[in-house]
Design a protein around this ligand. Structure first.
Ligand code: ZN
Length: 434
C-alpha cells in the first residue's frame, strides 16, 4: 500500500484571477516565488512557496523556476470539423461557409477521416494550453463520438454536441428533427458526464434550424439535466437579415432562441457583434454567455464586438478561437486579438493583463457553469495548469529578462507566447501535453 498522497509542490511564479477584474480591483493574484500544491488532482494550496513548503514538509517539490504557471486555458467556441479550413481568408460568413467550411464538414461523414481530424484537433488544443473547450461537433453522430473519444483519450475537458441543422446548408449535412433527437439522445447517454466530458445541445444557428428542430433542442435540454447549450448569434448582417425573414414573428435574433427556452446559465452563444440594445439586456438577465471571437470577427469582416456594452450590462463574456473562421488554436493569442480590436473599436475597453487572463481562464469556466471546478487556482479546484516556458532564444525570453511587475510579465506573455512557449500542460494534475 502507498501512504497518503502528500502532494506535489510546484515552484514557479504563478498568476491567476480568482475574481472578475471587470468588477473588482486587484483581481489578479500573483506570487513571484509561487507554490502550487497538487494533491489527488486538486489544488491543495496556492501561495508563497516557502509558506506552503513549511506547512507541507512531505510534499515532493518540482522546481519550475524559469517559467510561469497559469490556470488551464478555456476556449468557449471552436469547431472540430474545421481544423483543415483555417486560413480561408477574404470571404464573409455565408460565402466562407459555402466555399470553405461546409464542404469540409461534409467529409466528416467518413468516420475514419473524422477520427484522424479529431485526434489532431485535441492535440492542437492541448499543445496551445487549452485544457477545456466548448466544441461544435460534426453534423454526424459517429464523427461527434470520435471527438468525444479523442478528447477522453487526451485527458481534456471537452464539452460538445452533434451540430443540428435541417435546412439552408447542403443536404448531406441536414438531419430530420426525429433523427436529430434520437442521435443526440444516444450521444448524451454515451458521453455526458463520462469522465471529463459533457454534452452541449448544438443547433448550428437559427438560419439552418427550423422550428421543429429548435423544439428538439428544447426537449433535449429539458430531458437531460446538466447538458450545456451552444449556438451562434448576430454574427453577420446578411445572416441576421435572413434569420429575420425566416422567423417573421421574432422581434430579433435572440428572440428565436428564447421562444424555445434556449439560453440561460450554461448556454454560450458565439459572436453577437451586431446586437440590439434589448438583446444585450436579455442576455444579461438570463445569464447566457457570449463567446467573443475577435480573430474570426476580423478575418470574416463580421464586425467589432461592443465589449463595453456587454460588460456594463452584466453579460458574461468569454473567449473563443472560432477555428476555422478564426486564425488558430491559441487562446493567449485570442486574448491579444481582443485587446487589439478593443483598442480600435469605438468606445472600446482598455484591456489590461488581468482582464486578458480572466477572459482566457475563469470567464470561460463561468460561461460553462464550471467555475466551481476550474478557472483559477483556488484550493479545491482541479489542478488544470499551463506551464509557460519560452525557448531561451525567443523574443519572449529576452523581454522577460527585463520585465519586473506581474502585469508586465503577463502582458509580455499575452503578446509573444505562442505554442512553442507552452512547455507542458496538466489536467487534474496529470500531464496531457509536453
Ligand atoms: Zn463558430
Amino acid at each position: 500500500m502507498n501512504g497518503p498522497d502528500r502532494g506535489e509542490l510546484l515552484r514557479a511564479p504563478l498568476f491567476h484571477t480568482p475574481r472578475n477584474p471587470f468588477l473588482e480591483d486587484h483581481a489578479l493574484e500573483s506570487h513571484w516565488d509561487g507554490g502550487l500544491l497538487i494533491r489527488d488532482g486538486r489544488i491543495a494550496a496556492c501561495g508563497d512557496f516557502e509558506t506552503i513548503r513549511g506547512a507541507n514538509p512531505g510534499a515532493t517539490i518540482t522546481d519550475l523556476r524559469g517559467g510561469f504557471l497559469i490556470p488551464g486555458l478555456i476556449d468557449t467556441h471552436i469547431h472540430f470539423p474545421q481544423l483543415r479550413v483555417i486560413g480561408g481568408l477574404g470571404r464573409t460568413l455565408l460565402d466562407w461557409l459555402e466555399e470553405c467550411a461546409l464542404p469540409e464538414e461534409a467529409r466528416m461523414a467518413d468516420e475514419s477521416y473524422a477520427r484522424q481530424i479529431a485526434e489532431r484537433f485535441v492535440h492542437a488544443l492541448a499543445s496551445h494550453g487549452t485544457t477545456t473547450a466548448l466544441v461544435f461537433g460534426a453534423h454526424f453522430s459517429a464523427a461527434t463520438a470520435e471527438l468525444f473519444e479523442a478528447g477522453a483519450k487526451a485527458g481534456l475537458r471537452i464539452v460538445s454536441g452533434m451540430v443540428l441543422s435541417d435546412r439552408q446548408l447542403r443536404p448531406e449535412l441536414h438531419q430530420t428533427p426525429e433523427a436529430a433527437y434520437r442521435d443526440s439522445r444516444d450521444l448524451i447517454r454515451s458521453f455526458h458526464g463520462r469522465g471529463r466530458l459533457l454534452y452541449a445541445v448544438t443547433p448550428r444557428f437559427a438560419l439552418s434550424t427550423s422550428e421543429p428542430m429548435l423544439e428538439v433542442c428544447q426537449t433535449l435540454r429539458r430531458e437531460n439535466e446538466g447538458v450545456r447549450f451552444q449556438t451562434h448569434l448576430n454574427e453577420n448582417s446578411r445572416e441576421i437579415e435572413q434569420v429575420a425573414r425566416l422567423f417573421p414573428w421574432a422581434s430579433d435574433y435572440l428572440a428565436v432562441y428564447e421562444r424555445f427556452g434556449l439560453g440561460g446559465h450554461g448556454a454560450v452563444m458565439a459572436h453577437n457583434v451586431r446586437p440590439a440594445a434589448s438583446e444585450i439586456e436579455r442576455l444579461a438577465a438570463g445569464g447566457t454567455a457570449i463567446a467573443h471571437c475577435p480573430s474570426s470577427n476580423a478575418a470574416l469582416g463580421s464586425g467589432l464586438f461592443a465589449m463595453k456594452r456587454h460588460i456594463q450590462a452584466g453579460v458574461r463574456v468569454s473567449l473563443g478561437t472560432d477555428v476555422g473562421g478564426g486564425t488558430g488554436f491559441g487562446i493567449l493569442k485570442e486574448a491579444l486579438q481582443a485587446y487589439l480590436l478593443q483598442r480600435i473599436a469605438p468606445d472600446g475597453v482598455l484591456l489590461h493583463a488581468a482582464h486578458m487572463l480572466y477572459l482566457a481562464t475563469r470567464a470561460g469556466a463561468e460561461a460553462l457553469a464550471l467555475d466551481e471546478d476550474i478557472g483559477d487556482f483556488h484550493p479545491g479546484k482541479a489542478a488544470d495548469i499551463v506551464y509557460i516556458k519560452p525557448p531561451a532564444d525567443s523574443p519572449l525570453s529576452a523581454v522577460l529578462e527585463r520585465t519586473e511587475t506581474p502585469e508586465e510579465v503577463l502582458a509580455a506573455i499575452f503578446t509573444l507566447a505562442d505554442a512553442e512557449s507552452i512547455h507542458h500542460v496538466r489536467v487534474e494534475g496529470s500531464i496531457v501535453y509536453g
